[in-house]
Design a protein. Structure first.
Lengths: 248, 354
């Protein structure tokens, strides 16, 4: 797998805030169909890392490459157009809209009613929503219901569905299971596995080692802004990862 | 930190079946909440009809004259309420609408008179209305800029504009009302075609256009999204600042048209034209099913809300009740309406927590 060009490569990335070195010379590689977990204690630089990858912060130094080509992002919008979608912890859904409304938010398809009047094509939106959610093995009966009717895991699926529909090749997920109950956490783990099966790359931040070991191929541990270690998941243990996180 | 239990994770990837029954109940409550303004309206009409027959032996509901009067009565508050609906759905509020309406009424009167000196009267009338609406957009634009660029809370920004528009309108009117000398303008305000007053016709067309914009266009869709989760809308690439600017311009256009039609109806412009309508228009939106927290509401609901208020106000006069009861009745309807909204909110909130 490592012979392929990586989907995403971060080389020697640094981000300083004044004298604070939030991130110093960190590197990260994600191959197609690979799930990379980003672990570390609070303040280790996980969030700074994903904000740099998703276009929120410009790096102080270092390079980001997508499929071998260097890129720089002017905004999260820009990163999204280049195939990197971030699923935020707080979900970023408009609760009063349908699944289709959320998937197409800001890019609604239009049709002509009576041959001249432009109107939002809700039927096309609902159909795309149904197909996308089915792709994630998530079957919804009521496509006309606002997403506030759905549970936390289902809403997470909608956020992921939006990324999938717009063909994100790399998904960055910030604590996707943190706010969820146990069955819902499992549901999200299953979703990440299906993204992996589709050949997408996933970078996933979590405090939950159980989840990390359940879905990741590799784990990158950050500590105080540097990469403290990188392990293949089947060659490491909980204890080793915890030691890397707290420094031992 | 959360931790999973150790039993083998056989995940059922399908939607949890528990939701279905609760879903149906919630949908039913949702529908009732959405239709509450129309239910109120129906109940009111029945009460007034019975009351009218008992006390006068005459009909309330079957008299076309009553309906004409109610419709004309509802025009100005409805126009304001339409603009307010957009603003409230986005999570804001526009307190300046009443005096923007007054400003527009004064400008419409002045400009129609002035233009009448230089062009045929029908054109003078159109010119006056056009200028009035355009002038109304100036405070709307300032509202929008204050709120979107300078992050002034809508309540404060539009409260300031309430004062500015009020003072400007009285200054322009010279502290009095401005009579209009233009028979076409008077005809627009008081004439009718096939028994339907022109005012009502113009308003109906305007309401349909606004219903289309809110329910069928991206602008409308984004308005709902911004009201529910502005952060999500921004992340989705929606230009929130531009949207909010357009929004307050739109509400001022509604107020401007309301002012121009007021001037037509009374063949005079008055700065205080919209003064009592501010609360009525917010009430119409709330009775119509919108939440002041943003994210919900509809034009059709607001139409029903405005009709509820107009029927109460006209009906109580018709039934010879002391006018002060109108305030009490409208107030009670607003409170009941908000209670229904809260109940629905609590219900759906409880379901999410399960």
């Amino acid at each position: 797998m490592n012979s392929q060009t990586p989907l995403l490569e971060v080389r020697n990335l640094s981000r300083h805030f004044g004298a604070v070195k939030a991130l110093e010379n960190c590197s990260l590689v994600v191959h197609p169909g690979e799930v990379v977990a980003l672990a570390g204690d609070n303040g280790a630089g996980k969030t700074t890392m994903i904000k740099a990858i998703s276009g929120v912060y410009a790096p102080t130094s270092g390079e980001i490459l997508i499929e071998g080509k260097p890129v720089s992002f002017s905004s999260p919008q820009d990163a999204r157009e280049k195939g990197i979608e971030t699923i935020y912890q707080d979900l970023a859904l408009a609760d009063n809209l349908t699944i289709g409304g959320n998937i197409f938010l800001g890019r609604e398809p239009m049709r002509k009613a009576f041959g001249f009047l432009p109107v939002i094509d809700r039927k096309a939106m609902a159909e795309a929503a149904r197909q996308t959610m089915a792709l994630l093995d998530f079957h919804v009966k009521r496509l006309d219901a606002p997403v506030s009717n759905f549970s936390g895991g289902q809403r997470q699926a909608v956020a992921i569905g939006r990324a999938v529909y717009w063909n994100a090749r790399i998904l960055i997920m910030d604590e996707p299971t943190a706010a969820l109950g146990v069955p819902e956490q499992r549901k999200v783990v299953a979703l990440i596995k299906s993204l992996k099966a589709q050949g997408r790359g996933v970078v996933f931040i979590s405090h939950n080692l159980q989840d990390i070991f359940a879905v990741s191929d590799r784990i990158v541990v950050l500590r105080r802004g540097i990469v403290a270690g990188e392990r293949n998941i089947n060659e490491t243990t909980h204890d080793e990862v915890v030691k890397l996180m707290i420094g031992g | 930190m959360t931790s999973t239990v150790d039993e083998p994770p056989k995940v059922d990837p399908h939607i949890a079946p528990q939701a279905d029954h609760a879903d149906q109940t919630q949908t039913l409550i949702g529908h009732i909440a959405q239709l509450r303004a129309w239910l109120f309206l129906g109940a009111l009409i029945i009460i007034f009809e019975i009351w009218s027959r008992l006390s006068f032996g005459g009909t309330f509901v079957l008299s076309p004259f009553n309906w004409q009067s109610i419709a004309i009565f509802a025009v100005a508050p409805l126009l304001l309420a339409i603009g307010q609906t957009f603003v409230i759905i986005s999570g804001g509020i526009d307190l300046s609408m009443g005096f923007i309406m007054g400003l527009a009424a004064v400008v419409a009167a002045h400009m129609t008179n002035l233009a009448g000196l230089y062009m045929p009267l029908p054109f003078a009338m159109l010119f006056g209305i056009l200028v009035a609406v355009l002038v109304a957009t100036i405070p709307g634009m300032i509202n929008g800029l204050l709120i979107s660029r300078l992050k002034v809370p809508p309540f404060i920004g539009t409260l300031g504009m309430f004062g500015v528009a009020r003072g400007t309108a009285f200054l322009l009117a010279g502290g009095t009302t401005v009579p209009v000398k233009n028979e076409y303008f008077a005809m627009l305000g008081n004439g009718r075609i096939l028994g339907i007053p022109y005012l009502v016709l113009v308003t109906a067309v305007f309401v349909l256009v606004m219903h289309y914009i809110l329910s069928q266009t991206r602008f409308g869709q984004h308005n709902y999204a911004i009201g529910a989760n502005a952060q999500a809308a921004r992340r989705a690439g929606i230009d929130i600042k531009g949207h909010i600017l357009k929004l307050y311009v739109l509400s001022s256009v509604c107020a401007g048209l309301g002012g121009a039609l007021y001037a037509a109806r009374f063949t005079a412009g008055a700065a205080q034209a919209g003064e009592p309508l501010l609360l009525d228009c917010v009430a119409a939106v709330v009775i119509g099913g919108a939440s002041l927290f943003g994210g919900s509401g509809s034009i059709l609901g607001t139409v029903a809300g405005a009709l509820v208020i107009a029927v109460i106000q006209y009906g109580l006069v018709f039934l010879d009740v002391e006018p002060f009861w109108q305030f009490i009745a409208v107030g009670v309807v607003i409170i009941i309406s908000v209670l229904i909204d809260q109940a629905q909110r609590r219900f759906s909130g409880a379901k999410q927590d399960e």
